[in-house]
Design a protein around this ligand. Structure first.
Ligand code: F6P
Length: 341
C-alpha cells in the first residue's frame, strides 16, 4: 500500500508522534510506503512531498510542532482543488491519505472524501472541541502548560495585590480554560459557551478582596464574550479564513475590572506557548494510538472515517458526523468547576 500523510491547520503537540506511528505501523508491520506532504493540504494540491522512512521519523516522538509543516487553507481553494488533488493522488499511486487536523482540516477532509479520495482522518487540536472523540491529543499538553503558568502567576499576583486576567486559547470552546482553571484553583473561569455577566464577575472578584484575600486569578478563553449590555466590548471581525479576529478579551476585561474595583489588574495572554514544545506522555500515547489505528483502517479500506477515542478504546467514526458540530463545555461540567472557584 502507498500512504500519504499530512498535518494541517494550527500545529499541536503530538503531531510528530502520529507521523512516527503511521510510518512504523505501515512500513515495518505492513511493508507499505509512506510519503509526507509538506505544509498541509497545500502539499497535496501542489504535489510537494517527501518519502517518510524510519530514518525520517527517528527521534521525533517528543518533538513539538510537525516535521511536515502545516498551513491553513481557505475552504474556497479546496473546493476548486478536489480534481487537482485527485490527479496527484492517482499520479503518485496513493491508496490512502491520512490528514491530521482540527475542525477546518476535517471539514476539508470530508469534502475531499466525498469527492472520492481515500481518506482516513486523525483529529488533533489543543482546543479539545472535536465532538466525535472524547479527547484530542495536544489538549493535555496545553492544559499542563496553562496550569503551570497559572500556578506561577499566583505568587506575583499576591505580592502586588493584583487581579490577573489570564487569557488561554479556545476559539469556540472553553475546555482549556475550564481544565487549567480547575487544576490551578482559579477564582473565576470565563468560557465562550457562557457569555459572562460583567456585574456578576466584578462582584465575585470584589468579594474575594472584601474577604481579606490579596489577589484574584481570572482565567478567560480567548473566544469569550460578555452578556450583551453588561459591558462595552470591541469585536475584531473575521479574518480571511472566516475565523473571528480576537481583540484581546483579557485586555478589555482587566481594564474594566480595574475601573470597577479600584484594584490593579493586568492581562496575561499565554497565546502560542500553549501549542509549542514537547507533548505530555498522555498526548504522545494518544497520538501514537491514533496513528496505528489510522493505518489499520486504511488497510481495511475504511475510508471517509476518523479515528476517535471513546472511553479507553480507539474507534472509527464517519468524517461526515465528526464535522457536524463542536464539542462545547456542557453546563454541568461548568457547575463542577464553579463550585470550587
Ligand atoms: O485551533 C487551535 C488554536 O490554537 C485556537 O485555540 C486558536 O484560536 C487558534 O488555533 C490560533 O490560530 P493561529 O495560530 O492561526 O493564530
Amino acid at each position: 500500500m502507498r500512504i500519504g500523510v499530512l498535518t494541517s491547520g494550527g500545529d499541536c503537540p503530538g503531531l510528530n508522534a502520529v507521523i512516527r506511528s503511521v510510518v512504523h505501523r505501515a512500513v515495518v508491520d505492513h511493508g507499505d510506503e509512506v510519503i509526507g506532504f509538506h505544509d498541509g493540504w497545500k502539499g497535496l494540491l501542489e504535489a510537494d512531498y517527501r518519502k517518510l522512512d524510519l530514518d525520517a521519523v527517528n527521534g521525533i516522538l517528543a518533538r513539538g510542532g510537525t516535521i511536515l509543516g502545516s498551513s491553513r487553507v481557505q475552504p474556497a481553494h479546496l473546493v476548486g482543488g478536489v480534481e487537482r488533488a485527485k490527479g496527484h493522488v492517482a499520479d503518485l499511486g496513493l491508496d490512502a491519505i491520512i490528514p491530521i487536523g482540527g475542525e477546518g482540516t476535517l471539514k476539508a477532509a470530508n469534502l475531499l472524501s466525498q469527492g472520492g479520495l481515500p481518506i482516513v482522518g486523525v483529529p488533533k487540536t489543543i482546543d479539545n472541541d472535536i465532538s466525535s472523540t472524547d479527547v484530542t491529543f495536544g489538549f493535555d499538553t496545553a492544559v499542563t502548560v496553562a496550569t503551570e503558568a497559572l500556578d506561577r502567576l499566583k505568587t506575583t499576583a499576591e505580592s502586588h495585590q493584583r487581579v490577573l486576567v489570564v487569557e488561554v486559547m479556545g476559539r469556540h470552546t472553553g475546555w482549556i480554560a475550564l481544565h487549567s482553571g480547575m487544576a490551578a484553583g482559579a477564582h473565576a473561569i470565563v468560557v465562550p459557551e457562557r457569555p459572562f455577566d460583567m456585574d456578576e464577575l466584578t462582584a465575585r472578584v470584589g468579594e474575594r478582596f472584601e474577604a481579606g484575600k490579596r489577589f484574584a486569578i481570572v482565567v478567560v478563553a480567548e473566544g469569550a464574550k460578555p452578556r450583551e449590555g453588561t459591558m462595552e466590548f470591541r469585536s475584531g471581525g473575521k479574518d480571511e479564513y472566516g475565523h473571528e479576529r480576537f481583540t484581546g478579551v483579557a485586555n478589555q476585561l482587566s481594564v474594566e475590572l480595574e475601573r470597577r474595583l479600584g484594584k490593579e489588574a493586568r492581562p496575561v495572554i499565554l497565546g502560542h506557548v500553549q501549542r509549542g514544545g514537547t507533548p505530555t506522555a498522555y498526548d504522545r500515547v494518544l497520538a501514537t494510538r491514533f496513528g496505528w489505528h489510522a493505518v489499520e483502517a486504511a488497510h481495511r479500506g475504511e475510508f471517509g472515517m476518523l479515528t476517535a477515542l471513546r472511553g479507553t478504546e480507539i474507534t472509527m467514526v464517519p468524517l461526515a458526523r465528526a464535522v457536524e458540530s463542536l464539542k462545547t463545555v456542557p453546563a454541568d461540567r461548568y457547575a463542577e468547576a464553579e463550585c470550587v472557584l
